[in-house]
Design a protein around this ligand. Structure first.
Ligand SMILES: NC(=O)c1ccc[n+]([C@@H]2O[C@H](COP(=O)([O-])OP(=O)(O)OC[C@H]3O[C@@H](n4cnc5c(N)ncnc54)[C@H](O)[C@@H]3O)[C@@H](O)[C@H]2O)c1
Ligand SMILES: [Zn+2]
Ligand SMILES: [Zn+2]
Length: 347
């Protein structure tokens, strides 16, 4: 079958035309991949940056951790899925036995393995995955939308982690990549009073404007804007850091009102400094971070919003390419693109 394979611990990957079919274990299902979506991690894996190397990917490996498809066959011990079922895939494969797994915080599993890094992923015509990471899609949700749910689930988790502190509130979002944009969409769907989106890339500024956010470029004026709009509250109620760029946290703290909440999603490559006395103690800011999706309530909450029509994700997609153009897809990520999909049925 055709697949995008990371063949060696160095820059690049290879497109295979005749990779052997996946082996389906007793607890696995074989999926006919409908669509696979790329994110910044795929670019890191392509470039083989230090943060990509830190994942300890098993090489060679078929890349791709965001995807959806239809069940083609099931292993002998699979009980919850049948041939023909349409599913989206959770990318984190958790052990089910460690302390976090047994106490409702499986997204913190001590033995997490990741699709497309530690087992073969979805940049392929077919993939064999554990039954446990398949999320059946409601009838009204398309397979293409299904491929967007893993990354949208990160946005959902961020909103959950804020204590759903977006309804009727002033919300600041730093970074309008796909994750930041979905946070903005969820905040607006849940009735945020004002959403300010900070983004330097004009293409993404335009995307954020279209969904109803007030858009501005990064700079010192952002703190003033939030204090002006926040008025007597003294600043914005909640802020989400979704750029991963270093040096952006200090002004975000300044833009928040006393007892406001800051949620970090972006992974900066260096340690950041936090003014504990000023911001955490005397101003009472709550600082929280997230990793992946809460299993399974981020998925359940996200699906409810999508299924009910309150949250639309399809407009995030700007490109659909065949597997053979995976390299082009990676390069699109830093340019004029939203979500880029690899569609195995395209040739
Ligand atoms: N915590 C998690 O579990 C998790 C999961 C997925 C992604 N991430 C991280 O979240 C971040 C966002 O993911 P994404 O897929 O949307 O990435 P992305 O790289 O597409 O988006 C980041 C955006 O930030 C913008 N940006 C650059 N400099 C900025 C600045 N100074 N101020 C504001 N915006 C700026 C970029 O133009 C870009 O649009 C990345 O750092 C990613 O690694 C974390
Ligand atoms: Zn991803
Ligand atoms: Zn575990």
């Amino acid at each position: 079958m055709r697949a995008v394979v990371k063949t060696a611990a160095q820059r690049g990957f290879e497109i295979y035309k005749d990779l052997p079919e996946p082996t389906v274990g007793p607890h696995d299902v074989l999926i006919d991949v409908a669509a696979a979506s790329l994110c910044g991690t795929d670019r890191e894996l392509y470039e083989w940056t230090p943060s990509a190397q830190a994942f300890n990917a098993k090489v060679p490996v078929v890349l791709g951790h965001e995807g959806s498809g239809t069940v083609l066959s099931v292993g002998e011990n699979v009980r919850s899925l049948a041939v023909g079922d349409r599913v989206a895939l959770e990318s984190h494969i958790v052990c089910g036995r460690c302390y976090p797994c047994r106490t409702g915080t499986a997204h913190m599993c001590e033995r997490t393995r990741i699709l497309g890094m530690h087992i073969d992923g979805v940049f392929a015509e077919r993939v064999a995955v554990p039954e446990g990471i398949c999320v059946p899609l409601p009838e009204s949700v398309s397979l293409e939308t299904g491929a967007l749910l893993e990354s949208a689930g990160v946005a959902m988790h961020a909103v959950q982690r804020s204590g759903y502190a977006v309804a009727g509130q002033n919300v600041l979002i730093n970074g309008c990549g796909p994750v930041g944009l979905v946070i903005a969409k969820i905040a607006l769907a849940m009735g945020a009073a004002n959403v300010i989106a900070v983004e330097p890339n004009p293409f993404r500024q335009e995307q954020a404007k279209r969904i109803g956010a007030r858009v501005t470029h990064p700079g010192e004026h952002v703190v003033e804007m939030c204090r002006d709009i926040g008025g007597r509250r003294g600043g914005f109620d909640v802020a989400f850091e979704v750029s991963g760029v270093r040096g952006v946290l200090a002004p975000m703290f300044d833009a928040l009102r006393p007892e406001g909440t800051l949620v970090t999603i972006g992974h900066p490559s260096e340690h950041a400094q936090v003014d504990i006395a000023g911001q955490i103690n005397k101003k009472g800011i709550t600082l929280r971070g997230i990793f992946g999706r809460r299993l399974w309530d981020s998925w359940e909450q996200l699906l409810l919003l999508v299924e009910s029509g309150r949250l639309e994700l399809d407009s995030l997609v700007t490109h659909r390419l065949p597997l053979e153009q995976a390299e082009e897809a990676v390069h699109l990520l830093t340019g004029e693109a939203g979500k880029v999909l690899l569609v195995p049925s395209l040739t």
